[in-house]
Write a protein that binds this ligand. Structure first.
Ligand SMILES: [Zn+2]
Length: 103
């Protein structure tokens, strides 16, 4: 049930990576953003996301597993989190062609 006007509270993000089995801050396809982490000693994946389509900010909690697909609670937009490939040192930015539809 969704009630308009309710302030959505995002999950509290960990203060350091040492609290986590896994921590990743992502820029996703289509401009979505997500922070993914698994608190130490658990297999619970917490996700804070910003939906590019509708601007909704929300949280998802589920069993840990990547790739992970979920849907924006507000508009139903599909949001995918892919596992990182390899162990890259530092962040390499590849130039990407972005197709953003504005309607
Ligand atoms: Zn949305």
């Amino acid at each position: 049930m969704q009630i308009k006007g309710v302030i959505m509270v995002k999950l509290k993000e960990p203060e350091s990576m040492e609290e986590c089995e896994y921590f990743s801050r992502r820029s996703l396809e289509n401009g979505h953003k997500a922070v993914v982490w698994v608190p130490k000693g658990t297999m619970t994946m917490n996700v804070n996301y910003d939906c590019f389509k509708c601007g909704h900010e929300g949280s998802i909690t589920d069993e840990y597993g990547l790739p992970y697909t979920f849907y924006c609670e507000s508009c139903g937009e599909e949001i995918k989190i892919q596992p990182l490939k390899g162990k890259a040192k530092g962040v390499k930015k590849k130039p990407k062609k972005k197709k953003i539809k504005e309607e």
